[in-house]
Design a protein. Sequence first.
Length: 333
Amino acid sequence: MNKFKHFLGIDVSKEYFDAVLILNGAKEKPIHNQFANDSKGVKTLNQWLKKQGATNQQTLDCLEHTGMYGKLIIKYLMGFNYSLWVEMSLKIIRSMGLQRGKNDKIDAERIAIYAMKNQQEAIIYQAPSRTVEKIRNLMSLREKLILTKASLIRNSKEMKSLDPEVSELSDKFQKQTIKGITSDLKQIEKQLDLFIKEDENLSKIYSQAISVPGVGKVTTLYLICFTNEFTTYSMPRQLACYAGVVPFEHTSGKSIRLRPKVHHMANKKLKKQLHMCALSAVNHDPEMKEYFKRKVQEGKNKMLVINNVRNKIVHRICACIRDNKTFEVRKSA
């Protein structure tokens, strides 16, 4: 039995958003409206939905991941106790088959139809805690500062071989900037540690995940942010698939027999972090080191083995979270 009778599709842009409402599954008679993307606009949306008879208990609201532009809408709709489904745009697009034409109204209608057709698979959005939200913003800022600092240093080094005089002048004026960025990065690290320490549940999850050999602070924090404290992806295969470390079969009939490969659709940032964890594990974890050496001697491709190690690390982390304990290194017989 379906829980929802009405379906709202929202197409978000910077200044406004389009909303298309399907009442009682009548997709032939969609109702469209447009609202300002601010607090007043979302409150007006709520009033409009009530006027149409779409109560929060019977309405499924669906919108795409749009980063910062959708935050206000999500915040207020959750405050109004609507069931909210935040879906990948690519999944919505591919579910529609061949489409012609595009505008904001049509996009909102397609999202509403997608929600109606796939309501059984709907994942109701759970807002991250304020602490996780703060960590996510700090991690994003940290990444930008690291890239800026690396870019300044790299440009200076490249210029040194071409024009030492200009390079010296550049170093002079960017010295304080680099120093300031370094100081800011240290302050961010301290603040992240403070956030972890102050939140009891977060501190517990953090200590469990980081106890896995090869896993460091940055990877652990990314995992916490991307999985919403391991509530979105709690099963190891789900998380491994999301991180792009699960190989998939690619065969068809008798003629096509390709080697299993990981899919390109993945969280690239998390995949990169897990790759660094795997390299650390095969160098410092005796069990992984022996596994890597054995598989390579059997003739396995090194990158394939590294990917297997990434997968094992994900399984170890999820097992620690599931069993509510830190990782215990196996003692050799």
